[in-house]
Design a protein around this ligand. Structure first.
Ligand SMILES: Nc1ncnc2c1ncn2[C@@H]1O[C@H](COP(=O)(O)OP(=O)(O)OP(=O)(O)O)[C@@H](O)[C@H]1O
Length: 764
């Protein structure tokens, strides 16, 4: 499937080659680890599979296509068949998990309904459905990596390349990621993973390809991180590890039983005595003299933790890695796949799925072992030989025949249907037994049938591709293809597509309104609207292409509203209200007396950071509502901020005390502050006791100053026609007033001038 033939790749003329005369082949369904010290060429090899950089010498062939001969314009199509994940996840920070995954489908022009279904399904498979609306910074590293994997596989790739996907993760998160990768591999996708993680490699015991300074020094069908002792790779690793300060070779004994098949007698004996779930641990040690296996009980497992070595990742020791037969994802995959179902998970001997029990592997020496009729082991050293690699243990039963690809012509590749059935004679379709080419995808057709627009026919979305992979039933979907980065430059899985080739074709879908709304509509101020546009453009250039292709229905509504969708005042169906209220209701509490609340409150959802900024930057939002709706819900007792309330100019402290607050229509008991009310009463009493005459003057003066209440406004409250012009205040009075006010504020007293004055007067 992927073949490197004597490939040499230099980044700089005359420099040391990043890949040096590398010959290696990866087969369909492989799960291969690429290991080697930093700088050994792992990433270079992965990138060359993506046709990022061509060899100066040699040939790279993927699915029969010589990448050196591939036209640039064919590269995007080609890359659609390959998913890639990175150590640093590379999720788009301003998109939710859902949108990050959906993005890879959006750029291919997939229909919204198809995207929704497929993304939801893939997120469920990577156990992230509950975090779909979170942003990358709101989830853990392991969850981010699983989201990145979901994005990489959402278009059903034939190949998944993973460049140290667990490099930033702790063992448990790594185990979760590996579980997902195992599931993907078991579903038929070839997985090539660069890693430095010894525990992961040792646990998987699948194919190991080791590089050293650009040279391939090991290719082992079922290997451990440590190379077979005495081999060149062993020496190389020892040298690298001593140079890097990592531990030297200290292969710990196997702690988890991975029992090889030993012929029927031995298998039966092992089945009786040892099974994967019997709670006991056994080690199969090879007899180095004659290569016969002998079973030996590993006593050390009873003392895990006694030795320093037990503190490091010994093979099979990572407790966070789920046992083979405890893995629910794997079990679920097996449930849906007849071929996998046939696999005996509680097998009696051969974890690699060798149905005949005559093919085995010497784990410690890294050699394939065949048993002859007498049960004697015949060893075969795979080394760089051309063998069929049994990839992940689950993989072997899926494949009935070796799956090495025969070179295909370009025409044949283009004619090849995508995901339409079981493997053909060439083994090109790794279909699961029981699936047929005519098998309808119910969801696919349902979605197409119910699509409102003829152009929405989802069957139109069949991206041209060169690969074919058949997924189990529960994973099969209607959309295939891959993210399409620019043909040149670094591919990081987040780049925008070449729109000339992959223009958006999705038709507009009107959001469905399920709930009628009540209340009024508040238009978005022009300033905020413009602001949001700027933010949107700054942060997500992809949105410029078609902002309304946002995928999350809730965010979609939000997005439309943010971008200035005018509310439909005239329509009685409330469709405009739905969008606006979801934004202006909970997020922008309006001072209107009429609450803008949908009949059913909107679900809480993460806020867009730029939206929050836009609000902060537009603190004084112009109010476009009609004048009569601008009256405050509560009358004058809802105090203005000090700076906005013009002080009146008292002649003296007593002069500044008005006789009473404006008389209000409506029920005063509802609108007045009871504390202030009490203050008013006691204040009047006190003033009359001391000097009734000035109080009367004040009353008449205050009445003259008081704004004439016009007809009742909304809710029966008076609407002042205009504010009274304040009298000029003398500087002495101003300063006394300010001091008094500050003192009152400092004491936590109500900021009513009347109250301040009364208390000051009373307290001396
Ligand atoms: N873009 C580049 N330009 C020049 N040299 C490069 C470039 N990328 C990689 N190299 C060199 O190629 C060699 C192989 O690098 P590569 O990234 O493939 O190693 P690696 O095994 O993936 O390392 P690591 O484990 O640290 O990721 C290194 O010597 C590196 O310096």
């Amino acid at each position: 499937m992927i073949r490197f033939e004597e490939v040499t790749r230099r980044y700089e003329a005359g420099g040391r080659p990043a890949l040096d005369d590398v010959t290696v082949e990866f087969y369909r369904g492989d799960f291969a680890f690429l290991i080697g010290a930093s700088g050994s060429g792992k990433s270079t090899l992965l990138r060359m599979i993506l046709r990022e950089g061509l060899p100066q010498r040699g040939k790279v062939t993927v699915a029969g296509q010589n990448l050196g001969l591939m036209l640039d314009r064919r590269v995007p199509d080609f890359r659609r068949s390959i998913g890639m994940v990175f150590q640093d996840f590379r999720l788009l920070p301003d998109k939710t998990v859902f949108d990050n995954v959906a993005f890879a489908m959006r750029v291919l022009g997939a229909k919204r309904g198809a995207i929704r279904k497929r993304v939801t399904k893939v997120l469920e498979k990577v156990e992230l459905a509950h975090l779909a609306k979170r942003y990358p910074h709101e989830i853990s590293g392991g969850e981010q990596q699983r989201a990145a994997i979901a994005r990489a596989i959402v278009n059903d790739p034939a190949i998944l390349l993973a460049d140290e996907p667990t490099g930033n993760l702790d063992p448990r998160a790594s185990a979760e990621v590996m579980k997902v990768l195992r599931w993907i591999n078991a579903s038929g996708t070839t997985v090539i993973m660069a890693t430095h993680d010894r525990a992961i490699v040792d646990h998987a015991q699948t194919r190991v390809v080791q590089l050293h300074r650009g040279r391939l020094v090991r290719d082992e069908a079922h290997g451990f991180y440590d190379a077979p002792e005495g081999s060149e790779a062993w020496d190389v690793l020892a040298q690298e590890e001593s140079e890097s300060g990592l531990r030297a070779h200290d292969p710990a004994p196997l702690k988890t039983a991975v029992a090889p098949a030993l012929g029927s007698a031995a298998v039966d004996a092992a089945a009786e005595h040892d099974s994967f779930d019997d709670g006991e641990h056994h080690t199969w040690e090879p007899d180095t003299q004659d290569h016969h296996f002998v079973e030996s009980r590993d006593e050390s497992i009873d003392h895990v933790g006694d030795h320093p070595e037990d503190q490091v990742m010994a093979p099979g020791e990572d407790p966070s890695v789920l046992a083979f037969d405890e893995d629910p994802v794997l079990q679920e995959t097996a449930e849906s796949s007849p071929a996998l179902r046939e696999l005996d998970f509680d097998h009696h001997g051969d974890p690699h799925g060798d149905p005949h029990g005559d093919h085995d592997f010497d784990h410690h020496r890294g050699n394939d072992v065949h048993l002859d009729d007498s049960g004697a082991a015949q060893h075969e050293h795979p080394g760089m030989r051309d063998v069929r690699h049994d990839a992940w243990p689950l993989d072997a039963p899926i494949l009935d025949e070796p799956t090495r690809d025969a070179p295909m012509s370009e025409a044949a590749i283009l004619d090849e249907p995508f995901s339409e059935g079981p493997a053909d004679d060439s083994g090109r379709h790794r279909g699961v037994e029981g699936e047929s080419e005519q098998e309808p995808d119910d969801e696919f057709h349902d979605a197409a049938d119910t699509a409102p627009d003829v152009n929405e026919d989802e069957s139109e979305f069949v991206p041209e591709t060169s690969f074919s992979v058949t997924w189990p039933d529960h994973l099969r979907e209607d959309v295939h293809g891959h993210d399409v980065p620019e043909p040149h430059g670094d591919f990081d899985g987040t780049e925008l597509p070449d729109l000339d080739q992959d223009g958006f074709t999705e038709a507009e879908e009107e959001p469905e309104l399920e709930e009628p709304l009540t209340g009024e509509i508040t238009p978005i101020p022009q300033a905020v609207e413009t602001d949001l546009r700027h933010h949107d453009q700054d942060l997500d250039p992809g949105q410029d292409l078609d902002p309304d292709q946002d995928l999350d229905p809730e965010r979609d509504q939000d997005h439309r509203t943010d971008l200035g969708a005018e509310p439909d005042h005239a329509s009685g169906d409330g469709s405009g209200s739905a969008q606006d209220s979801s934004r202006t209701g909970p997020q922008h509490p309006e001072p209107s007396g009429v609450p803008l609340t949908p009949a059913t409150p909107a679900q809480p959802r993460p806020r867009l950071s730029w939206l929050a900024h836009a609000e902060e930057e537009s603190p004084q939002r112009p109010d476009h509502r009609p004048a009569e709706t601008q009256a405050p819900a509560r009358p004058i007792f809802t105090l203005d901020p000090p700076s906005s309330r013009p002080p009146r100019a008292p002649e003296s402290l007593l002069d500044s005390v008005p006789a009473e607050e404006p008389v209000l229509d409506g029920d005063p008991a509802e609108s007045r502050d009871p504390v202030l009310e009490q203050d008013l009463e006691s204040d009047q009493d006190l003033a009359q006791e001391q000097d009734p005459a000035p109080e009367q003057d004040l009353q008449s003066q205050d009445a003259a100053e008081r704004p004439a209440a016009s007809e009742s406004g909304p809710e029966g409250y008076p609407v002042p026609e205009e504010r009274p012009v304040p009298k000029p205040m003398s500087s002495a009075s101003q300063s006394t007033y300010t001091d008094a006010r500050r003192t009152a504020e400092h004491l936590g007293l109500p900021r009513s001038r009347r109250s301040i004055m009364r208390r000051l007067r009373r307290d001396g």
